[in-house]
Design a protein around this ligand. Structure first.
Ligand SMILES: Cc1cc2nc3c(=O)[nH]c(=O)nc-3n(C[C@H](O)[C@H](O)[C@H](O)COP(=O)(O)OP(=O)(O)OC[C@H]3O[C@@H](n4cnc5c(N)ncnc54)[C@H](O)[C@@H]3O)c2cc1C
Length: 494
């Protein structure tokens, strides 16, 4: 049996960048806000130094693409990706906002959402999370060797902007959850505990099953306990004149599909123009004359980023993750060699910890991934190997072979079925994207769903295409921009 609960001015679904930041603005502007989050609140001492799948599946949603080749991950804890991610917070270079979709031949981004419009919001979020350019002392040794390879090849590579505090003990387990107070500074420690705890109402371990309009205006939010599947009956409902969907692409897009019955005028663009941000994973072996990396002890697991290929190719890359879990999850191998057998085993044994650098490259590629839901209401992702994607992989291969040849390193490939590289799924964007036009987007440039006033999308699903750089700072800045519009439309002021 379902219970109808109290009504609020605004209900927000999801507590990551897209949810916590509008919650911050609306609560401070005096609105009564309810935030509903599927995950639980992890205290720092609950996190473990483990890459074990049993542990990680408590923290992440994992969704395999229909080809079974690509793994998409979304965080499922209070604070969302800000608690679980690798802390890289970089502004998106202006050129990414000029991208023209090859299928429509139109600009992917609304004309009033460009880098210059996001700059004030980037700055606000950088202050909230104390994001700063780290020192070389805080760069991991793996990061140092990666930067050296670029320097020796005559290219630039600089330090990352991170949200780390003085409590960091340089363990490198950032993506398994930071155990140390003052270590990774996330939306829970810096925004919720500092400013919202008293005024924001939060319901945890509760999943939103669907949203529907009410005859008397506003929306009804139907919920279930997070340990139930989405085809279970609703157990509680909440109502508000305004509802913000911020469950991340793996949460918001399926939620809109599940709500389609009550929201029949949703745009056909739902589930389309999804992008993996051009993420591609591969491994570099350092030149023989370099010092060993000696593990990855650092303020981070990485610490550096290169924009050396940005101007010509709109590609960035950074070393990421510890080598051993990468070997556990990816079919990495030497060119012409096997990903198994005695020779491979000896090569990995000799080099994995000290001489191999896992790299995550990103690029501004067309958003050609598609999402729908399965019979139980969970995400189903189709990631076709399009011409643009294959060209992107080939370009990366050529660029990195060039660097390795110049400095005496080696490029290891990671793709299966004849593909060059493994494609990453940690930076999924789009699926309910903003657009000036209902035929090419689900929400308008203010984040409001076309034909459903008062219903908003403020998370990564609203981002119109690839950014070519780690997306969290841009998702957060855009969420602050949308939050400001919601406050304005409700007659309040920041
Ligand atoms: C391992 C990993 C490392 C990453 N590292 C970086 C990095 O270093 N830099 C970077 O820029 N990006 C990084 N990212 C990506 C970045 O964290 C995400 O792009 C970002 O968090 C997306 O923000 P969001 O608000 O859209 O969604 P999220 O931050 O994922 O928040 C969505 C929230 O909604 C909740 N939710 C989902 N469904 C429901 C539902 N039905 N009901 C209620 N709640 C729901 C989820 O539990 C989650 O807490 C990383 C991602 C991963 C997986």
């Amino acid at each position: 049996m379902s219970t109808e609960n109290q009504s609020y001015d605004v209900i927000i679904i999801g507590s990551g960048y897209g949810g916590m930041l509008p919650a911050y603005q609306l609560t401070r502007a005096g609105f009564s806000v309810l935030l509903i989050e599927r995950g639980k609140a992890w205290q720092r001492n609950m996190f473990r130094h483990s890459w074990g799948t049993d542990y990680l599946k408590e923290l992440f949603d994992v969704c395999l693409s229909t080809s079974m080749k690509d793994i998409y991950r979304g965080s499922k804890v209070f604070g969302g990706g800000s608690v679980m991610n690798d802390k890289v917070h970089h502004r998106t270079p202006s050129e990414a906002f000029d991208f023209v979709d090859p299928d429509t031949k139109k600009a992917a981004w609304p004309s009033n959402v460009r880098r210059e419009h996001l700059n004030p919001f980037y700055e606000q979020l950088e202050k909230l999370l104390s994001i700063h350019h780290i020192s070389w002392d805080d760069v991991s040794r793996i990061g140092g060797n990666f930067a050296r390879m670029f320097a020796d090849a005559g290219m630039t590579c600089d330090r990352n902007n991170f949200n780390v505090g003085t409590g960091c003990v340089h363990c490198g387990f950032c993506e398994a959850g930071c155990q140390f107070p003052g270590g990774k500074l996330n939306l829970v420690s810096e925004v919720f505990h500092r400013t919202l705890e008293e005024d924001l109402e939060v319901i945890l371990e509760t999943s939103v099953k669907s949203v529907e309009p009410r005859l008397e205006g506003g929306y009804r939010v139907n919920c279930i306990s997070s340990d139930k599947s989405y085809d279970s009956p609703t157990t509680s409902t909440y109502t508000a004149p305004k509802v913000i969907l911020a469950a991340g692409p793996l949460g918001t897009v399926p939620l809109l599909y599940r709500s389609h019955h009550g929201l029949p005028k949703l745009s056909n663009a739902l589930g389309k123009w999804v992008s993996n941000n051009g993420d591609t994973n591969f491994i570099l072996k350092t030149p023989d004359h370099y010092d060993d990396s000696i593990g990855y002890k650092s303020a981070t697991s990485t610490g550096v980023m290169t924009y050396a290929f940005w101007d010509e190719h709109h590609i960035t890359m950074h070393p990421g993750m510890a080598p051993i879990p990468v070997f556990a999850g990816v079919d990495a191998r030497r060119e012409g060699g096997l990903a198994w057998g005695l020779e491979h085993k000896h090569f990995v044994q000799k080099n994995a910890v000290n001489r191999l650098i896992p790299v995550n490259a990103m690029g501004v590629v067309p958003a050609e991934v598609k999402m729908e839901i399965d019979h139980a209401g969970n995400p189903k992702i189709h990631h076709p190997r399009t011409h643009a994607l294959l060209e992107h992989s080939k370009t990366l291969y050529r660029l990195m072979k060039g660097v390795c040849e110049k400095v005496g390193g080696e490029l290891l490939i990671t793709g299966i079925d004849g593909e060059l590289f493994d494609l990453g799924g940690n930076h999924i964007l789009g699926g309910a994207r903003m657009s000036e036009n209902k035929s090419t987007g689900v929400v308008n440039p203010n984040g409001e769903v076309f034909d459903y006033p008062g219903l908003y999308v403020s998370d990564a699903s609203a981002i119109p295409g690839s950014l070519g750089i780690n997306p969290a700072l841009t998702i957060g800045a855009n969420a602050l921009r949308i939050g400001k519009e919601v406050v304005k439309s409700a007659g309040g002021r920041i």
